[in-house]
Design a protein around this ligand. Structure first.
Ligand SMILES: [Zn+2]
Length: 129
């Protein structure tokens, strides 16, 4: 890498070709995304109502759980649902895929803006004004 390459990258300036290459890479990554789902997964521990249960032990209470919950908002509607133990791992993957989709999309949009800027800068140079 030459001095000017690293200098340009440090400033966040990419050439039109670099931008096109990166967009092509993002498109490939988007196609490879598997099943996805918005939201986040949380662990819950409960205390039950049963007298004498271990969750109410005065010395060393042990709550019930973990129970896994998926919470998400989509099209203005919030939902929360419990996950069965065998659903947790696949759902974690779906949630991660959704997060990646958002990141890839954001980067693509940023590159679209950057591309416009790079083209204008180039046109300006070519016309010498
Ligand atoms: Zn209990």
């Amino acid at each position: 890498m030459t001095y000017s390459d690293s200098h340009d990258m440090a400033l966040g300036i990419m050439s039109v070709m670099q931008i096109q290459r990166r967009i092509a890479q993002l498109q490939r990554q988007l196609l490879e995304l598997g099943p996805l789902h918005p939201g986040s997964i949380s662990e819950q521990y409960n205390v039950c109502g049963q007298p004498g249960c271990r969750c109410k032990d005065p010395q060393k209470p042990q709550k019930h759980g973990p129970y896994y919950q998926l919470s998400f908002t989509w099209q203005g509607k919030s939902s929360t649902r419990f996950l069965r133990p065998e659903q947790v791992k696949p759902m974690r993957q779906k949630v991660a895929n959704y997060k990646q989709l958002r990141e890839l999309m954001n980067e693509w949009v940023s590159l679209g803006v950057e591309m416009e800027r790079a083209k204008r800068a180039r046109a300006k140079q070519q016309h010498g004004d």
